[in-house]
Write a protein of this length. Structure first.
Length: 392
């Protein structure tokens, strides 16, 4: 019988983020974004994966899996890591995916995120959203923010997760962590109950449905800080996704409500580091300002949000994805070509990387080095800089 703990230890030792178990293949890990097989282990049989899955599940989880054919739960391997586990059926066979989660919550300083996120974390009320695709580091950022609050604020924090990943210990705050499935039946039910549990901060693992969004907005309106995630790519899409959950006749009401409670949207994408040693996040950060509030309330101005973010760098610490990519490329943390590939506007990004900045375009002042930010004047020939200058 294959020993699951040995596979997990080896995978964590190789700095894998995920471990896949599929019938007919040896265990497959995702390391720095790429999939690779662990050839030291044999190909897995259907009965072996089924036995592993049921050994890891509680009686409640087994019963739920028999009904739904898929389940999320957590598994802890002492002195190695915690794992978020998803077990499912595919073509009649079992499949399992493990996501490795460090045993200790991260410090924000270690995540290569903008410093403004520390300030955002210290908000006392309102709604903060961390967004991105699956595997973009949302849960890690969320855990870092909760850990930061726990370190510097005296308050009561309630987390609602599916499953619990990082374990937070009481520091300056007290923390209650509830897991959907074992401690509560749903995000919405736990969030509604949390309002009667004297919370200061409520962290909701994901806003999955209209009911959860409704209660989260109400909680944020009534003086609590609510932190949650959505599977959206940027701030504009996040706002539009929340509004789209409601029927058209409620859209303007929701826009007004959202403009009043939304404090920040942090959107992430993970990129391979230039030195090949892991991944690093590129982050768009939107902070609520009067202009942002007006853009949320007025449907015709929502498209201006990206420009407002770009222009709010110096005053508010905001940044767009392209500005974040520019900073990472200049620091040598990601390659020029990877930054260009991930950029929102490649042509504009390429010009900025070459140091071409117009006199009226102050949005890039903090991202284009002063000696390369040659202002364009009538009749001047713009100075072109070699791409290799940013590859060192």
């Amino acid at each position: 019988m294959i020993e699951i703990n040995e596979i997990l230890k080896k995978a964590v030792g190789m700095k894998a983020s995920d471990i896949h178990m599929k019938v007919g293949l040896p265990p497959v890990i995702r390391r720095y974004g790429a999939l690779m097989a662990l050839k030291d282990f044999p190909r897995l049989k259907s009965e072996e994966i089924a036995e592993i899955a049921f050994d890891l599940m509680s009686q409640y989880q087994k019963a739920k899996f028999e009904t739904t054919s898929e389940i999320d739960f957590a598994y802890y391997l002492p002195e190695v890591a915690r794992f978020r586990v998803n077990c499912f059926k595919q073509r009649g066979n079992f499949g399992i995916v493990f996501r490795a989660v460090p045993t200790e919550p991260p410090e924000l300083d270690t995540l290569n995120l903008p410093d403004v996120i520390k300030t955002i974390s210290m908000e006392t009320k309102g709604l903060i959203l961390v967004t991105g695709t699956t595997g973009s580091g949302k849960s890690t950022t969320l855990a870092g923010m909760v850990h930061h609050i726990n370190t510097y604020r005296n308050c009561h924090i309630i987390t609602i997760e599916d499953p619990i990943e990082f374990i937070h210990r009481d520091r300056k705050s007290i923390i209650n962590q509830r897991e959907v499935g074992s401690d509560t039946n749903s995000f919405a039910m736990a969030l509604r109950a949390a309002l009667r549990q004297d919370p200061d901060v409520i962290m909701v693992g994901e806003m999955r449905d209209k009911e959860t969004i409704d209660i989260a907005l109400t909680a944020a309106e009534t003086g609590h800080l609510v932190i949650s995630t959505l599977h959206t790519l940027d701030a504009v899409e996040t706002i539009m996704r929340i509004i789209a959950v409601y029927p058209p006749y409620q859209h303007q009401q929701v826009r007004i409500q959202l403009s009043g409670v939304l404090r920040a949207v942090i959107s992430q994408r993970l990129m391979p580091r230039m030195d090949g040693n892991g991944m690093i996040p590129a982050a768009e950060v939107m902070v609520s300002t009067e202009r942002i509030k007006e853009c949320i309330m007025d449907e015709t101005r929502t498209s201006e949000i990206n420009d407002a973010i770009a222009q709010g760098t110096i005053s508010y610490g905001m940044q767009t994805f392209d500005q974040s990519l520019m900073s990472l490329a200049q620091k040598g943390l990601v390659s020029y070509h990877e930054a260009l590939r991930q950029s929102t506007n490649p042509n504009d990004f390429e010009l900025r990387m070459k140091g071409i900045v117009g006199t009226s375009d102050s949005r890039w002042d903090q991202f284009v080095p002063a000696e390369k930010a040659q202002e364009e004047k009538p009749g001047d020939k713009p100075q072109i800089f070699r791409e290799t200058e940013f590859k060192k």
